[in-house]
Design a protein around this ligand. Structure first.
Ligand code: NAP
Length: 334
């Protein structure tokens, strides 16, 4: 039974992969949610949100765009907390300029709206583990455990043209500076690669990459190399804990496990033999053995992260449910 005494919070980019799951958990927990989307009238983008438990009574969707100054003012003024998740995620079509502009100026745009609301309790910004882990080999000693004090190297990301990471690093750094200057209570959540069920039948960039792996695609995960993985429900829980815990401060890495792409492919090929998952993938970046120290998120209340098997089981079940993958039985008999 939801505790309906909770207040009203704003979730930016509410129709996105992670944000939709966060909206689901916030509604279930009793919050009123004011979600911002670019096109509230687009049923294909937002239809899945209206089916959520509590949506009819406690969900409101309004239009806002990261690139329009002041676009978030009304939404933020109506709320006591803000989850800023909207940001372009890596796709082939994002140009460097578009990526940097929406992430950095968009985040500042949202924070300028936050500054105008004196009764705002806290802002939770969705950053990324890509702001922590992308460094030259010399700065990643064997088996190093990276924690929240680590920042990726902007120069190294630029040299590899990883504009998504550059955008996320600059956006998070700018957010910390602005929040410090204007005394905004900011907490950031840094998920690794997010895997799990998608609420929308329309797949976003990361869910599409996972689907590709189950269809035999090798390129994306090879370029991703060694990476952390986390279940979408743990990401939503981490956002809520970061908002609710009075003592939450600073950055929180949110990750269940770190795997080389080849080890991930081998695990999935064994677990899902009915699908053409590549049995191995080459190491594009040589030997890497870094991990993440997630003790801070654990101390916040995320005692147990769901494992890699569970997150991919849930993702596959959702792909089958939405008709993106045939059920394993259908594949065997086809
Ligand atoms: N997925 C991951 O593995 C992962 C890992 C770490 C961090 N993150 C971070 O988590 C957040 C959400 O990612 P996601 O995977 O859920 O991606 P997603 O499904 O693509 O959602 C991104 C959202 O950002 C919105 N957006 C993009 N440009 C916008 C603009 N100019 N104005 C307003 N909204 C805009 C999109 O709105 P439309 O629906 O209108 O396009 C969409 O709702 C991002 O900040 C991302 O960097 C993701």
């Amino acid at each position: 039974m939801a505790n309906t005494a909770k207040g009203k919070v704003c979730v930016t980019g509410a129709s996105g992969f992670i944000a939709s799951w966060l909206v689901k958990r916030l509604l279930e927990s009793g919050y009123h949610v004011l979600g911002t989307v670019r096109d509230p009238g687009n049923g294909k983008k937002v239809g899945h949100l209206w089916g959520l438990e509590g949506a009819k009574e406690r969900l409101q969707l309004v239009r806002a765009d990261l690139l329009e100054e002041g676009s978030f003012d009304d939404a933020v003024m109506a709320c006591e907390g803000v989850f800023h998740t909207a940001s372009p995620v890596v796709t082939g079509s994002n140009s460097k300029e578009e990526m940097l502009d929406s992430a950095i100026n968009g985040t500042m745009n949202v924070l300028r709206s936050c500054k105008k609301n004196p009764s705002l309790k806290r802002v939770v910004l969705t950053s990324s583990s890509s702001t922590v882990r992308i460094k030259d080999e010399a700065d990643l000693p064997p088996n190093v455990l990276l924690d929240e004090s680590s920042w990726s190297s902007i120069e190294f990301c630029e040299s590899l043209q990883i504009w998504y990471a550059v955008a996320k690093i600059l956006a998070e750094k700018a957010a910390w500076e602005f929040a410090g200057e204007h005394r905004i209570d900011l907490v950031t959540v840094l998920p690794t690669f997010v895997v799990g069920p998608t609420l929308s039948p329309e797949l976003g960039p990361t869910a599409s990459d996972v689907l590709g792996l189950f269809q035999g695609e090798t390129g994306k995960f090879t370029t991703y190399g060694r990476m952390g993985y986390v279940h979408i429900d743990d990401v939503a829980r981490c956002h809520m804990l970061a908002y609710e815990a009075a003592g939450a401060r600073g950055r929180y890495i949110c990750s269940a496990a770190v795997l080389d792409c080849g080890d991930l492919a081998a695990l999935l090929a064994r677990r899902f033999p009915a699908y053409p998952v590549p049995r191995s993938l080459p190491r594009a970046y040589g030997e890497q053995s870094y991990g993440f120290d997630t003790s801070k998120a654990r101390a916040l209340g995320l005692a147990e992260f769901k494992g890699v098997e569970e997150m991919f089981d849930d993702a596959v079940a959702s792909f089958i449910g939405h008709g993106h993958l045939p059920a394993a039985e259908e594949r065997r008999h086809a």
